[in-house]
Design a protein around this ligand. Structure first.
Ligand SMILES: [Ca+2]
Ligand SMILES: [Ca+2]
Length: 385
C-alpha cells in the first residue's frame, strides 16, 4: 500500500505539459489513464526535467510532437523515431511523424494506408512495421514503411553540353538516398568554375531545393567561348558548405562561338576611348566585317593606359561577329596577344547610338578575367552597318 501510494504521488506530480511532449505521458495514458487517481491531485507547474528516481538519470523536454494523440506506436529506424497512428478525440489517425534527435525536429511522413490506434510498431533493418491495432474493431493490418535515407548520390544531367555563347544552359541535379529513392526538400548548391579560361558565367553560382522527384535545376549564361566545370552538391545539413558525406557531381559545359551575322560590318574609329571599370583610361579602335560566306575579316586594338592594369591587346584573328537586325548592337569575338605575347580569347561589345559617337558604348572582356565594363565613349565613334 505504501508503495502504491508513493507511485500515485509520483504519477500525480507529472506536469500537465508532458501531455504535448514525447512518449512518457502518452504511454502512461494509453495504458492506464482511466485508472489514474483523479481527485486530490494538484498539477505541478511545468518544469524541464523530471527525475523518475533520484540519481538514476534525468528527463529533458524536446520538441513536442506536431499531432497530439494517444494509443500510438513508436519505434526507431536508422536513428529516427517514428510516431505512428493513434487516437485524437474521436478520430483514429493514420498520421506518421518522424523525430530526428540530432536536430530536435519533427517532419511529417507518408500516412499509413490503414488508420489505427493502439497498434504495434517496430523496425527491422531499415523498415518500419505497423501491425494490428484498433479501428472500430481489431485490425489485422500489417504495413511496412521504408524511411527515406539521407542524400547518398547526386547526378547531374546533362553531363556534357555544347551551346553557343549567348544562349542559356541548364543542368539538373537528381538527389537520391542509398536505396535510389528521390530525396525532396534538399538544397543543392551549384557553382561554375573556376573556369580557366573564364567564360564570365552569369550567375556564377546558385542553389535550388529538390522537388518530389529529388530534382533541382540551375541555369546560367556565358559571355566568352570556353569550357566550364559545373559543380553541385547536396547541402544535406543546410549549412552552405560542402562536407564529407554530402553527395556531389560535376558536369562540363562548352560554350562555342555564336553564328556570325551575314554582311554585318562594324567600324570603331581609332580615337575611341572610355574610362574602364578599373578607373584607367583605355583607347581602342578597329573594324570587323562578315562576308557572305560567313568568314570574318578585321582587326581590333585596345590599350589600357594604366596605372591600375596597363596592357596592350592586339587581335590576331576575328572569329565571329554578330549584329542585331537594327544594327545598333554588335559583338566581336576573336583571339589576341596581350603585350605582344600569348593567345587570348576576347569579346568586344559595342552599341551605335547614332551618327556621332556621343551615344555609343564600348566594352571588352578577356579570358584572363579582365573586363573593362560597358561604357559610353569619351571620344571616337562606333558605326554598325
Ligand atoms: Ca553542408
Ligand atoms: Ca555612332
Amino acid at each position: 500500500m505504501k508503495q502504491r501510494a508513493a507511485l500515485s504521488r509520483r504519477v500525480g506530480a507529472i506536469p500537465l505539459g508532458w501531455r504535448a511532449t514525447l512518449f512518457l505521458p502518452v504511454t502512461l495514458c494509453a495504458i492506464s489513464c482511466e485508472r489514474l487517481p483523479t481527485s486530490g491531485n494538484k498539477v505541478a507547474p511545468s518544469r524541464p526535467d523530471f527525475a523518475v528516481v533520484p540519481g538514476s538519470g534525468s528527463w529533458t523536454t524536446k520538441a513536442p510532437m506536431p499531432t497530439a494523440r494517444y494509443g500510438l506506436g513508436v519505434a526507431a529506424v536508422n536513428g529516427i523515431l517514428y510516431a505512428v497512428g493513434g487516437v485524437s478525440g474521436s478520430a483514429i489517425l493514420a498520421t506518421v511523424e518522424a523525430y530526428d534527435p540530432v536536430t530536435n525536429t519533427w517532419t511529417p511522413q507518408a500516412p499509413m494506408p490503414t488508420a489505427r490506434g493502439y497498434l504495434g510498431v517496430d523496425g527491422i533493418i531499415g523498415t518500419l512495421y505497423a501491425v494490428g491495432g484498433f479501428n472500430r474493431g481489431p485490425s489485422a493490418a500489417n504495413e511496412a514503411f521504408t524511411p527515406l535515407g539521407p542524400p547518398a548520390t547526386l547526378t547531374l544531367t546533362p553531363l556534357t553540353a555544347l551551346n553557343p555563347v549567348g544562349t542559356q544552359h541548364c543542368v539538373t541535379a537528381t538527389v537520391q538516398d542509398a536505396s535510389s529513392n528521390p530525396v525532396p526538400a534538399v538544397t543543392v548548391r551549384f557553382s561554375v568554375g573556376p573556369s580557366v579560361p573564364t567564360t564570365f558565367p552569369t550567375p556564377p553560382h546558385g542553389s535550388g531545393t529538390t522537388d518530389a522527384n529529388g530534382q533541382a535545376t540551375f541555369c546560367y549564361t556565358a559571355s566568352l567561348p570556353g569550357t566550364d566545370v559545373i559543380h553541385a552538391f547536396a547541402d544535406a545539413n543546410g549549412d552552405g558548405t560542402e562536407e564529407t558525406g554530402e553527395p556531389s557531381g560535376d558536369a562540363e559545359k562548352t560554350w562555342t562561338l555564336p553564328a556570325s551575322t551575314p554582311l554585318c560590318a562594324v567600324t570603331i574609329t581609332d580615337g575611341g576611348w572610355i574610362i574602364a571599370n578599373n578607373t584607367d583610361r583605355a583607347n581602342f579602335g578597329g573594324n570587323a566585317k562578315v562576308l557572305a560566306d560567313l568568314t570574318v575579316q578585321g582587326q581590333q586594338n585596345y590599350q589600357d593606359q594604366g596605372p591600375v592594369q596597363a596592357m596592350t591587346v592586339h587581335s590576331t584573328a576575328i572569329t565571329a561577329t554578330t549584329c542585331t537586325q537594327d544594327r545598333t548592337t554588335a559583338s566581336i569575338f576573336g583571339k589576341a596577344t596581350i603585350d605582344g605575347a600569348g593567345s587570348y580569347v576576347f569579346r568586344i561589345d559595342v552599341t551605335d547610338g547614332g551618327a556621332g559617337g556621343s551615344n555609343d558604348t564600348y566594352g571588352i572582356m578577356l579570358e584572363t578575367g579582365y573586363m573593362s565594363g560597358q561604357h559610353q565613349l569619351g571620344g571616337g565613334n562606333v558605326t554598325i552597318h
